[in-house]
Design a protein around this ligand. Structure first.
Ligand code: ATP
Ligand code: MG
Length: 142
């Protein structure tokens, strides 16, 4: 299987199109006949990463997808404001979401936790003022 990669732009605060990047990845995975289990895991992680850019990032971001013979790589990146304490941010229930976003149904503080639960490998790089890169890997076979 040759490697396949795609990138999708995520617009900060654009709740009309929010979720579209991860939906595009999901469609791509379906067209590639990957298992329902893998599609579910990748879609959850893509969606949570994408929504974090929509809600928390100071800039637009990128959702990058790559499928190789051995792995699926999913990377979500933005250029600020960065996460001060990644361990704290990963805790269930921790959220800095505004009341406005909570009223829209976000801000349960479950996104990064869900990513940790569903990605086979997770690496977060974040620097205040510089941005956040979330790298996730999945086994395409399961
Ligand atoms: N890309 C990002 N840039 C800056 N801060 C972020 C980013 N992603 C997450 N965070 C910080 O980490 C916190 C926890 O993120 P997490 O996704 O777990 O919860 P949430 O987005 O607040 O709520 P939920 O995902 O349940 O709607 C956020 O509230 C925010 O403070
Ligand atoms: Mg979130």
């Amino acid at each position: 299987m040759a490697s396949l990669s795609r990138t999708f732009r995520i617009q900060k605060r654009d709740f009309t199109n929010a979720g579209n990047a991860s939906i595009s990845v999901k469609k791509l995975l379906k067209s590639l006949n990957l298992s329902a289990c893998v599609i579910r895991k990748v879609s959850i992680c893509g969606y949570e990463g994408e929504m974090n850019v929509v809600m928390h990032a100071a800039t637009d971001g990128i959702l990058a997808f790559e499928l190789t013979e051995k792995k699926i790589f999913l990377t979500v990146s933005d250029e600020g404001p960065g996460i001060e304490d990644i361990e704290t941010a990963m805790q269930k229930g921790y959220s800095t979401a505004s009341d406005e976003f909570r009223e829209m149904g976000f801000g349960a503080g479950m996104g990064l936790h869900n990513i940790r639960e569903n990605a086979d490998s997770l690496h977060i790089d974040s620097t205040l003022g510089a941005g956040t890169v979330i790298r996730m890997e999945f086994n395409p076979g399961g």
